[in-house]
Write a protein that binds this ligand. Structure first.
Ligand SMILES: [Zn+2]
Length: 185
């Protein structure tokens, strides 16, 4: 995709920034969209947050809460996903059914890692609620292990403990996903 245009940049601000300006969470989400060159379109409430990876575009809303921030980073993760080896055509999906555990695991891992110290208990609850809702799509034991590992990883990050020696080990089941998150800082 081409680089962001001035209009794309305006859309990112206009759609993600809530009335009143928002705080550090909003600033960070906008910064990441600009850094990764991901476009933002206004979402529809009946569908909710969504990603169109082939267009490097997310369907989004104003970031009013930390749950919104978590969703924004998750959809951004879908757009920069270099792990899921599966072409996703533009718009050829039924929202909610274009689901692979691998792509969801990657996109949530991206959100946790990219948020860094901003990953909060509310962000964690958002992740957990979404992952719990994917249960119908879990076909394999390794997928279940990835989901459990990711929830544990997210919970640990949300505790925001400062580790003076070494951070806790990354669970083996999601280590390949963590390794593929582009570092933005
Ligand atoms: Zn997703």
């Amino acid at each position: 995709m081409d680089a962001l245009t001035a209009r794309d940049r305006w859309d990112i601000e206009e759609i993600l920034r809530p009335a009143g300006g928002g705080g550090a969470y909003v600033d960070h989400a906008i910064e990441l969209m600009l850094r990764f060159g991901v476009r933002v379109a206004r979402g529809s409430r009946s569908v909710g947050w969504a990603a169109r990876r082939a267009l490097k575009t997310i369907d989004a809303f104003a970031i009013e809460t930390e749950a919104d921030y978590a969703c924004a980073l998750h959809e951004l993760g879908h757009c920069v996903d270099s792990v899921t080896d599966r072409p996703i055509a533009d718009r050829d999906y039924e929202p909610g059914f274009e689901l692979s555990i691998e792509s969801e695991t990657y996109a949530w891992t991206f959100a946790v890692v990219s948020a860094g110290q901003r990953w909060s208990p509310m962000c964690h609850r958002t992740l957990q609620a979404c992952l719990d809702s994917y249960g119908f799509a879990v076909d394999y034991r390794h997928e279940q292990q990835q989901i459990h590992a990711l929830i544990a990883f997210s919970a640990e990050r949300a505790r925001r403990v400062v580790y003076f020696k070494a951070p806790p080990a990354i669970p083996t089941a999601i280590a390949p996903f963590v390794a593929q998150v582009p570092r933005s800082y």
